[in-house]
Design a protein around this ligand. Structure first.
Ligand SMILES: Cc1cc2nc3c(=O)[nH]c(=O)nc-3n(C[C@H](O)[C@H](O)[C@H](O)COP(=O)(O)OP(=O)(O)OC[C@H]3O[C@@H](n4cnc5c(N)ncnc54)[C@H](O)[C@@H]3O)c2cc1C
Length: 303
């Protein structure tokens, strides 16, 4: 269970308190504040705080004295222009702080995004919970035969059962030993900072993660993408749902230009122009490598 009854009571109490403010607030994200959105089997994301809204982006771009808003269409047009032309600093005026509970192996990928502020649960000070990520049977996939960095079909039959059993048994045994080593019943008890080293990478950790909207979009572009590992992608997808409600115009532009759009090289653009004149362009005549051509075809043929 991602959230205990005590934790839920704390969240409810926090949601029960309100105060007046002159700051910009967004009703769309207020509904998410503090609530846990479940991700994977024990994980979640929660919005702890946010700053700014769509108008804050326009306000900064126009360096205005008021809200920066001219009209909704005008603002949306400006935001799309900024996104289209990679004018990123106005997006940095919005910030969000999330509480994330995630498996350690996902955290290792996540932490590579350096342009955020992080504070992680201390396993030197506190005792980690007995919570491990065990994939659902349909997510227990075989190694991909076409992509070394990916997965293929779900495992089946006896192999699937055996893998699940190994994952569960190994996690249970490692945690039993962890508990036994830190115990101070009739023994000194190993320091928590040392005892944690035998725990597997599917144990859950938690952190507060604060990031501005520009860098959040960068994170989401990479991690809400089909090439990202499923276990981090589901977190990115959950964050996308929140961002959509927070800054709808900025998210709309991001979805269109970054998630849904594609960048073309000079050679690729030249091929598009030649194709538009009716020429049949092949990989051999494109000037592109086989890999580039495959990706290019993926963009123009399946669009
Ligand atoms: C599908 C996928 C596969 C991956 N595979 C691997 C892998 O096999 N091995 C591996 O090690 N990593 C891998 N990564 C991680 C990847 O290389 C990046 O480390 C990660 O995506 C963070 O990206 P970033 O550095 O752009 O983000 P951030 O750290 O948030 O940085 C954002 C931007 O800020 C700038 N910046 C930040 N810090 C610096 C700096 N110190 N110097 C200069 N510019 C800076 C850069 O322009 C950067 O793009 C993978 C990522 C993805 C999405």
């Amino acid at each position: 269970m991602p959230i205990t009854q005590d934790q839920q009571a704390e969240i409810d109490a926090q949601r029960g308190q309100t105060s007046q403010t002159l700051r910009a607030t967004v009703s769309g994200i207020e509904q998410h504040l503090y609530k846990a959105h479940d991700v994977l089997d024990h994980g979640f994301i929660r919005v702890i705080d946010y700053m700014g809204d769509d108008s804050a982006i326009c306000q900064a771009a126009r360096v205005s004295y008021g809200k920066g808003t001219k009209s909704v269409q005008n603002d949306e047009g400006l935001i799309r222009y900024l996104m289209r032309h990679w004018h990123s600093t106005p997006f940095e005026m919005c910030e969000i702080k999330l509480h994330v509970k995630l498996p350690v192996f996902v955290a290792r990928q996540w932490i590579r995004h350096r342009t955020a502020n992080v504070n992680e649960y201390s396993a030197r000070y506190s005792i980690l919970d007995r919570e491990f990520y065990i994939p659902a049977p349909e997510d227990l996939a075989a190694q991909s035969v076409v992509n070394n960095q990916g997965r293929g079909e779900a495992l089946s039959g006896e192999e699937a059962q055996r893998v699940l059993r190994y994952l569960q048994d190994d996690a249970t045994r490692a945690y039993d030993h962890y508990e036994e080593m830190i115990s101070q019943d009739d023994q000194q008890g190993l320091a928590r900072e040392l005892a944690r080293m035998n725990l597997p990478a599917n144990i859950y950790t938690q952190w507060y993660w604060k990031v501005d909207l520009h860098n959040l979009f960068h994170f989401l572009r990479l991690r809400a993408d089909a090439h990202a590992q499923y276990e981090i992608r589901v977190y990115a997808d959950a964050i996308c749902e929140v961002v959509k409600d927070w800054v709808p115009a900025a998210y709309g532009a991001f979805e269109d230009y970054r998630l849904g759009g594609a960048q073309l090289s000079g050679k690729a653009l030249d091929c598009v122009k030649r194709m538009l004149t009716g020429e049949v362009v092949t990989q051999e005549t494109s000037g592109m490598s086989k890999g580039e051509w495959r990706e290019f075809e993926g963009v123009v043929r399946n669009a």
